[in-house]
Write a protein that binds this ligand. Structure first.
Ligand SMILES: NC(=O)c1ccc[n+]([C@@H]2O[C@H](COP(=O)([O-])OP(=O)(O)OC[C@H]3O[C@@H](n4cnc5c(N)ncnc54)[C@H](OP(=O)(O)O)[C@@H]3O)[C@@H](O)[C@H]2O)c1
Length: 281
């Protein structure tokens, strides 16, 4: 079982593998201000004391709201805080997402993220989606250029295959892959293995299936055995499944954040790891 607490992103940013996903500090449908703004700020301000020094966000969360709240709550950032953001979606309303990875859109998105996060350089800039309307080479050229200009430290991808990563690596170094993955959604297993082999971080989104995990009986059974919550067991399984996994559970509540961070202390037996590992399709 893997027990490394940290991962070094891109060879120089060492972060705790239990991070935080900042999509949930927005309004309904990932649109507008969060219902409980003060609690959202509290969540962000609680991160450093809990040892969380990796935050995942995107310009499209809100849009803008998540990045703005991060800066409001944490800037000037504590030493060692690493923020990954993303570009590549246009928003038109609650739950409305439109892929746009044309260079001029990404340029605007990146400039906006730098401003909102109040930084000169983005630690990790992730392409939110490959745009089927835009030749991938063009998007990669944009990212390469932005990195050359010093606006981006490291580059990551989201929702892509091994073939896509290999293509991207002809242009730039890829340090992370953010794909949907959890005990109930294992479709990207070959991509996870590839990332392990290549030293690329694998960042599962929806790590607790967007909160919809309680229907998994085995999870409830194992959680009861460990005096833990099913969410903690789902996170512990991911944490111990691969040393390249960085966790970014999303929450709008301090109590859930505390619970999620403690998931790393839930140690499952080999047979429990195997039982949970055989659930997902
Ligand atoms: N790359 C992409 O395309 C992509 C797509 C989606 C998300 N993401 C990123 O991945 C992060 C994680 O994904 P996610 O937020 O969609 O899903 P998630 O982490 O699987 O689940 C979040 C949901 O679970 C609830 N929750 C969290 N901790 C809980 C706990 N301990 N007990 C009970 N409920 C709990 C949250 O509600 P409460 O607010 O009530 O805690 C929220 O509704 C996002 O925040 C975002 O940064 C990336």
């Amino acid at each position: 079982m893997n027990n490394n607490k940290t991962f070094t992103l891109g060879g120089d940013l060492t972060i705790n593998r239990m991070g935080y996903g900042a999509m949930r500090i927005t309004g309904k449908g990932v649109w507008g201000q969060p219902e409980h703004r003060e609690e959202a700020i509290n969540v962000l301000q609680a991160l450093p004391a809990m040892g969380v020094n990796f935050i995942d966000t995107a310009d499209s969360y809100g849009p803008n709201v998540s990045e703005e709240l991060i800066a409001e709550a944490l800037h000037p950032y504590p030493a060692g805080m690493v923020i990954g953001t993303k570009g590549g979606f246009m928003r038109t309303g609650p739950n409305e997402w439109h892929i746009d990875s044309q260079a001029d859109h990404l340029k605007q998105a990146l400039e906006g993220s730098l401003k909102r996060l109040r930084v000169n350089k983005i630690d990790l800039y992730q392409l939110h989606r490959i745009d089927p309307k835009v030749p991938f080479e063009k998007t990669l050229e944009f990212l390469k250029d932005a990195q050359r200009q010093g606006l981006i430290k490291h580059i990551g991808l989201s929702e892509v295959s091994i073939t896509d990563i290999k293509k991207a690596r002809e242009y730039v170094d890829i340090v992370s892959l953010q794909n949907k993955y959890s005990i109930v959604y294992r479709n990207w297993e070959p991509e996870l293995k590839y990332c392990e082999q290549e030293g690329i971080a694998f960042i599962p989104w929806n790590p607790i299936n967007a909160g919809n995990i309680l229907y998994v009986e085995k999870l409830n059974e194992i959680a009861a055995r460990h005096n833990a919550t099913p969410q903690q067991v789902a996170l512990s399984w991911l944490y111990h499944h691969s040393p390249n996994i960085l966790l970014i559970p999303g929450t709008s509540k301090v109590a859930h954040l505390e619970e999620n961070v403690k998931a790393v202390n839930v140690i499952l037996t080999d047979s429990e790891m195997n039982e949970l590992g055989s659930i997902g399709g």
